[in-house]
Design a protein around this ligand. Structure first.
Ligand code: SF4
Length: 471
């Protein structure tokens, strides 16, 4: 057993001054992150078979490891994945099914309930408090509202909400425009935040990527219905960094989002990996994405929306983190999160797991595993500290910053002690700065985000990046 594994088995102590052996030099890793900017992002880790496969554990150990990993966590957050969509957009990286009918929906929600019951009753989760619950997808609003209400009720009957608990759901402009009764139902379940997946209003892009062209009227009516239903927070999602997207296209989408008057506008950079248009990645230059991010910053600031460098959620109120309670708890406090449903991910700082379907996007293995009395998990990795830290830091970069106090609390060592060369590198080059109890990206660091985030990856993942052909 390695030193790191021993430290993990015995808790967080014991590796305060131990640094991971054989870490490549920061300057080389930084350059590799920039070179492979489509891979170096918050979706950590990459290339599982080459990087973290040695930490994969057999299915018979899943329950024991989950229980052990959650023992000292009084709180968790929960994500419920609903994989149904009207059609699959070519740019989508998520686990989405092409088909959807009532029978499939019924089978899927029965499986979700089975998985939830196994996790809560079988693994002792029932005593924990719930920080946040997200219903995402896919398109959760495509299914019968009663099914979602039942899942919400099941969760809340098993996990007591913690102070600050909140629920969020995703929808599309079309459904929000045409099915206002669904929105009212979500409010009745207690959901107070809703996310509208606008992505782009460019007709050219929508056609090119097989997504229905949204009617401007749909967008306006969707927001009217959301406001009428009484949601506290409306978020609008936009995507940028497509190979086929020009700055004019992007400016048009930004203006359209601002015109809808949401509390939050969240910008997602196109990641290509796992999409049907992965082959276009090489044509989407980092400089183009940086120019789009800068245009967004200026346009949104003029409209009264702000975000610190590197954070992708722009808000009008400084009191609003812009993200759901689920994501906020993950990023700010590194609260363990559990994924329910096809391909969903679980992370506890020491353990990373993916439900069946994450790689194959097939539903049947997930249903079969639950029928067979399993937890529905396909791959579970018992992480050494270097991998747990890299994952925690990668998640933190959703906010463009790593909380130093959270890192110390979760891993029992200061970030500067564990990553001395990397911290010296980012501070010395003006890529990050200390801001209160956080290490935060500067404007220059935000422009070089893929290089900065790669610095904190494990040596195994860094070596993988360094070994790839130039991109
Ligand atoms: S981008 Fe959204 S609507 Fe399109 S397939 Fe993916 S989850 Fe579904």
């Amino acid at each position: 057993m390695s030193f790191e594994s021993r430290a993990l088995e015995t808790g967080t102590g014991g590796f305060a001054v131990e640094t991971e052996r054989g870490r490549p030099r920061p300057a080389e890793v930084f350059a590799a992150g920039l070179r492979h900017h489509h891979l170096a992002n918050t979706a950590y880790p990459i290339a599982h078979r080459r990087t973290i496969w040695a930490h994969r554990r057999p299915v018979e150990e899943h329950a024991r490891l989950l229980v052990q990993s959650l023992t000292h966590s009084p709180e968790v957050s929960l994500y419920v994945h609903v994989p149904f969509c009207e059609r699959r957009c070519a740019f989508c990286e998520y686990t989405v099914l092409d088909r959807h009918d009532a029978a499939l929906e019924a089978a899927y929600f029965a499986a979700l309930k089975t998985q939830l019951a196994r996790l809560t009753e079988g693994l002792g989760l029932a005593g924990k408090r719930l920080r946040g619950l997200d219903l995402g997808g896919g398109t959760p609003s495509l299914v019968e509202p009663a099914r979602l209400g039942e899942i919400v009720a099941w969760v809340l009957a098993r996990l007591r909400p913690a102070p600050g608990f909140g629920m969020s759901i995703e929808t599309t402009p079309k459904i929000a425009a045409l099915a206002p009764a669904r929105l009212a139902a979500y409010r009745a379940f207690g959901i107070e935040r809703i996310s509208l997946g606008l992505q782009t209003v460019s007709a050219g892009l929508l056609h090119a990527y097989g997504r229905e062209v949204q009617q401007v009227d749909h967008n306006r009516r969707a927001v009217e219905n959301i406001r009428a239903a009484g949601f506290r927070t409306l978020n609008v999602d936009l995507m940028y960094g497509f190979a086929r997207q020009g700055l004019d296209d992007w400016a048009e989408s930004l203006r359209a989002a601002v015109a809808l008057g949401p509390e939050v506008i969240t910008l997602y950079r196109m990641r290509y990996k796992g999409t049907r248009v992965e082959g276009e990645a090489a044509e989407a230059a980092l400089s183009q994405a940086v120019a789009m991010a800068e245009l967004a910053g200026r346009t949104l600031a003029e409209a009264g929306y702000h975000a610190p460098p590197g954070k992708n959620a722009y808000v009008r109120s400084a009191r609003d983190p812009g993200t759901s309670a689920y994501l906020t708890s993950r990023v700010v406090e590194s609260v363990p999160y559990l994924g329910l449903g096809l391909g969903a991910q679980t992370f506890t700082n020491h353990l990373l797991a993916y439900n069946h379907g994450a790689a194959t996007k097939q539903l049947e293995p997930y249903l079969r595993a639950l029928d067979a009395g399993e937890l529905g998990i396909q791959d579970l990795y018992h992480l050494p500290p270097s991998e747990g830290m890299a994952k925690m830091i990668s998640v933190s970069f959703y906010f463009g910053a790593v909380r130093l106090d959270t890192f110390q609390r979760r891993f029992g060592v200061a970030l500067e002690e564990r990553f001395p060369a990397e911290v010296e590198f980012v501070l010395g080059r003006g890529l990050m700065e200390r801001a209160g109890s956080a290490l935060r990206l500067t404007a220059a660091g935000a422009q070089s985000f893929p290089g900065v985030i790669a610095l904190f990856y494990s040596a195994a993942v860094q070596r993988h990046l360094l070994g790839l052909e130039g991109g």
